[in-house]
Structure formats: structure tokens, C-alpha cells
Design a protein around this ligand. Structure first.
Ligand SMILES: [Zn+2]
Ligand SMILES: [Zn+2]
Length: 108
């Protein structure tokens, strides 16, 4: 495998290459390479990857996001419902009683 410093940009023959596109395995200069979603891609590969599955990619996260919203609301409702049930199950003496009369750190 040839060293990166010896490589020239695929589109700019006079420029030094700074990175290699993992998709097309060609070397590119700083201007031709772009970072996209934690991946370094050349401009043409980025165009290719962005064009095809963009519509399909958008649909799924939206559905997942909605499902997460519903699940979050349901979990919150469950939490407060059972918290309310717990409070109702407690004897009223617990609320009116001696529990809070004295702070725990004052008890001997
Ligand atoms: Zn590429
Ligand atoms: Zn270039």
C-alpha cells in the first residue's frame, strides 16, 4: 500500500491528498473530502449515499420518535398512577402521625 503523502487528489492532480475515501478507495485533497455522520467521504460518494436512501431513512426515525413519545407518556402515566395508588394505600395515620414530627437526626 502506497503512503498517503505520496498520493495526489483524484480530481486535483497537483494537490496533495489528505485522506482516502473508504467508499471508492481513492485519495482526495482537503477540499474534495467531507465529513458526514462520523465518516470521511469524497464529494461524489457523499452525493451517492445522500441521494438514494434519504427518503427511507427519514421515515423510520420519525416513526421511532413517535413510538418513543407514546412510550414515554405511557411510562409517565403508569408512574404517577401507581404512585397515587401507593399514597392511597398508605394509612392516613402515616400522613397525620408522628413520622414527620421529629427529624430523624434529632432522634436518640
Ligand atoms: Zn468516494
Ligand atoms: Zn481535490
Amino acid at each position: 500500500m502506497p503512503a498517503l503523502v505520496d498520493q495526489r487528489c483524484f480530481t486535483h492532480a497537483q494537490r496533495e491528498a489528505v485522506a482516502r475515501c473508504p467508499a471508492c478507495q481513492r485519495y482526495f485533497c482537503r477540499e474534495c473530502i467531507t465529513e458526514h455522520a462520523d465518516r470521511v467521504l469524497c464529494a461524489s460518494c457523499l452525493k451517492k449515499s445522500a441521494a438514494a436512501p434519504a427518503a427511507a431513512r427519514w421515515r423510520l426515525p420519525l416513526a421511532v420518535h413517535l413510538a418513543q413519545c407514546v412510550a414515554g407518556l405511557f411510562i409517565a402515566w403508569m408512574f404517577f398512577y401507581f404512585a397515587g395508588r401507593m399514597l392511597l394505600l398508605m394509612p392516613s395515620a402515616f400522613h397525620e402521625g408522628t413520622v414527620w414530627e421529629k427529624s430523624w437526626w434529632e432522634k436518640e
